[in-house]
Write a protein that binds this ligand. Structure first.
Ligand SMILES: *[C@@H]1O[C@H](CO)[C@@H](O)[C@H](O)[C@H]1NC(C)=O
Ligand SMILES: *[C@@H]1O[C@H](CO)[C@@H](O)[C@H](O)[C@H]1NC(C)=O
Ligand SMILES: *[C@@H]1O[C@H](CO)[C@@H](O)[C@H](O)[C@H]1NC(C)=O
Ligand SMILES: *[C@@H]1O[C@H](CO)[C@@H](O)[C@H](O)[C@H]1NC(C)=O
Length: 464
């Protein structure tokens, strides 16, 4: 009888273990599509372009591209903190194998635990190469160039011509290398493509460097929706769950953040492999953490603050005027950063939700449009293709592509927009003086000028 009971218990344990989620054995790994700005391009890029690029009766003529750099190395603070992960690794293994604090349910599967046990930090990654483009990052850009050339061979010829093509990148290693990867994709590896000079004040690609008001707004500090979300029951339960799952009674949020970041980076560096740190999270944990990131960017660069829609004025004007003009350059491609890409989308009204994202509406926002994983992954890119349609009433049309998906604006016809409508919709921004529209260019920021205005107002009041 006792033997039977023991057998039954052993059987139960096996069944239970089989039910445990196992990242290393999950062939779909859908949560890797939810890593916000650290999502791998290859995982989220659109796959329907062959149905979307051809417009009957029209011929593609011009392209305007805003490209985020590809997969990069971490920031200095993450690089400096990375060795801590080797301590966490040992603690987790100790929890499971020595302290026997492995949880009853939802434990790490053996594959994931063993993978964590074998993990080592790559000590060649040092702060002097912080945020450098990785080889996968270079491939990301080489790949998008080749793909767009495949669909638009007449717009993207294989020889470089500095009148026809205009390239520019920001003053960083990762965007410079991204440009090179893109040029190699278009012109081959012995190409002579050059990029335009970077102006001393790069208001077009890095406007945030010159707008204190934009940088200083509270999108992730005390009182922000991001911080509030991180004190909700959903968040606390997730943290508690992760802690318990790894065999701890307490685990600092900084440690969880570090595992999360390393998981996302490694997964983007080597898309075909599995990052062992992703095994530390259940898919539902990733979904909860994705919302925190989405909130941060929604208020940092998205529709959360009205002024964000006015911020990337120059890029919108540049696109409209370049595509309106009949002369060269026919192809304009910029290599920049996620804030630039996200604020461009915000200025254009792309993926705007009817209900704002807030700390308290996680549950009702699961099908939100603002999903940064899909909007701004590594190598995320916005491409406007201008078409000539001689046989049509409207002779000029455009399709906007975001990460190889046609953008479905409600005033367009399944992604195909009349150019006259584009000009009408973005009239306010195209007629604005960008130096005044949000931040006064070069001035230390809106706050200071508001103070001056208030001062003058008070002065005028006192004089009367
Ligand atoms: C370690 O990092 C360096 C620098 O990014 C890279 O060149 C190298 O391939 C990495 N090594 C491994 C084993 O991933
Ligand atoms: C470069 O492109 C321009 C038009 O964009 C064209 O007029 C010119 O002939 C081209 N130069 C060469 C060498 O093909
Ligand atoms: C979540 O935890 C934080 C601090 O750890 C606490 O301030 C907050 O009240 C908790 N939230 C809930 C809903 O229990
Ligand atoms: C584009 O313009 C044509 C002709 O003016 C019109 O019939 C069509 O409805 C417009 N398309 C959209 C998507 O508004």
């Amino acid at each position: 009888m006792r033997l039977l009971l023991l057998l039954l218990m052993a059987l139960l344990a096996v069944v239970r273990a089989q039910q445990d989620y196992c990242f290393g054995k999950d062939t779909e790994r859908l949560q890797t599509r939810q890593f916000s700005s650290k999502t791998a391009y290859q995982i989220v890029k659109g796959t329907n372009m062959d149905k979307q690029y051809q417009v009957p009766g029209c011929e593609p003529k011009k392209m305007w591209i805003f490209h985020r750099h590809g997969t990069r190395l971490p920031t200095p603070s993450t690089i400096e903190a990375a060795p801590r992960l080797e301590e966490i690794r040992d603690l987790i293994v100790d929890n499971y194998r020595v302290r026997r604090t492995k949880p009853e349910t939802d434990a790490l599967c053996d594959t994931d635990l063993t993978a964590i046990q074998m993990w080592k930090w790559n000590t060649s990654i040092t702060v002097d190469i912080e945020e450098y483009l990785t080889s996968q990052g270079y491939e990301d850009l080489r790949g998008t160039a080749k793909l767009y050339q495949h669909y638009f061979p007449t717009v993207l010829p294989t020889t470089f011509n500095d009148t026809y093509y205009l390239f520019r990148h920001t003053d960083t290693q990762r965007t410079t290398e991204s440009f090179k990867g893109f040029a190699e994709g278009l012109f081959g590896d012995s190409n002579v493509a050059t990029a335009a000079d970077i102006p001393e004040k790069d208001l077009l690609l890095r406007p945030y460097d010159y707008c204190t008001d934009f940088k200083d707004k509270n999108y992730k500090g005390v009182g922000s929706e991001y911080q509030k979300y991180r004190t909700t029951a959903i968040w606390n339960n997730t943290v508690a769950d992760i802690t318990r799952r790894l065999g701890f009674t307490v685990l600092a949020e900084d440690d969880i953040k570090l595992m999360y970041d390393m998981c996302r980076y490694e997964q983007a560096w080597q898309v075909d492999r599995t990052s062992v740190w992703c095994g530390a999270f259940l898919p539902e944990h990733v979904t909860v953490m994705e919302y925190a990131e989405d909130l941060k960017y929604y208020y940092g660069s998205g529709y959360g603050f009205e002024e964000n829609t006015r911020f990337n004025c120059r890029a919108v004007q540049d696109m409209l005027s370049r595509l309106s003009s009949p002369v060269s350059p026919h192809v304009v491609a910029y290599f920049a950063h996620s804030t630039g890409l996200q604020t461009l989308l915000t200025a254009l009204g792309i993926n705007k939700d009817d209900i704002p994202l807030r700390a308290d509406n996680y549950d009702s926002m699961t099908s939100r449009r603002w999903k940064t994983s899909l909007l701004g992954p590594f190598a995320g890119n916005f491409v406007a293709v201008k078409y000539d349609c001689p046989a049509e009433l409207e002779k000029e049309k455009v399709v906007f592509f975001l990460n190889q998906n046609a953008v479905d604006l409600d005033w367009c016809n399944v992604g195909l927009c009349n150019w006259s409508d584009v000009l009408e919709k973005y009239k306010t921004i195209s007629e604005a003086n960008c130096d005044e529209y949000y931040c006064r260019s070069g001035a230390p920021g809106g706050r200071a000028s508001m103070l001056v205005t208030a001062f003058i107002a008070a002065f005028v009041y006192l004089m009367h």
